[in-house]
Design a protein around this ligand. Structure first.
Ligand SMILES: [Zn+2]
Length: 122
């Protein structure tokens, strides 16, 4: 999940279920994509790999449910750049270091407004 000290990034695909007024998205697969920015503070998904991955997700009859990337040196929340560059209506997962491990937090970004989404690691 990480390419520390560089930012890692990728897509999560799975199924989305609407039940009792709640949306529950369950990730089935996580697909890493090269960060062509090769940066510790920024990610730019390789567009060719991103397109290939989106086609794979579609042909597997799954939905794109999240975009993840890491912040090897924090913060544990989305950055201003993440908010302004958010292009997909999916959960944005940020991985950041926590003591000896990594933690994931999920955010919904809509019209530059951010709300945290509960993540459950199964
Ligand atoms: Zn970020």
């Amino acid at each position: 999940m990480t390419d520390s000290p560089l930012e890692a990034c990728g897509l999560c695909a799975g199924v989305i279920v609407e039940a009792h007024g709640e949306t529950i998205a369950t990730a089935k697969i996580t697909l890493g994509i090269a960060n062509q920015a090769h940066s510790a503070v920024r990610f730019v998904m390789n567009p060719y790999e991103q397109l290939q991955t989106l086609e794979l997700i579609e042909s597997s009859q799954m939905d794109l449910i999240a975009i993840y990337h890491s912040h090897p040196t924090g913060p544990e929340v989305v950055s201003v750049t993440d908010i302004t560059e958010a292009a997909y209506a999916v959960v944005h997962i940020v991985w950041s270091p926590k003591v000896d491990d990594w933690q994931a937090r999920g955010f919904w970004i809509e019209e530059e407004r951010v709300s945290e989404v509960a993540l459950q690691i199964l």
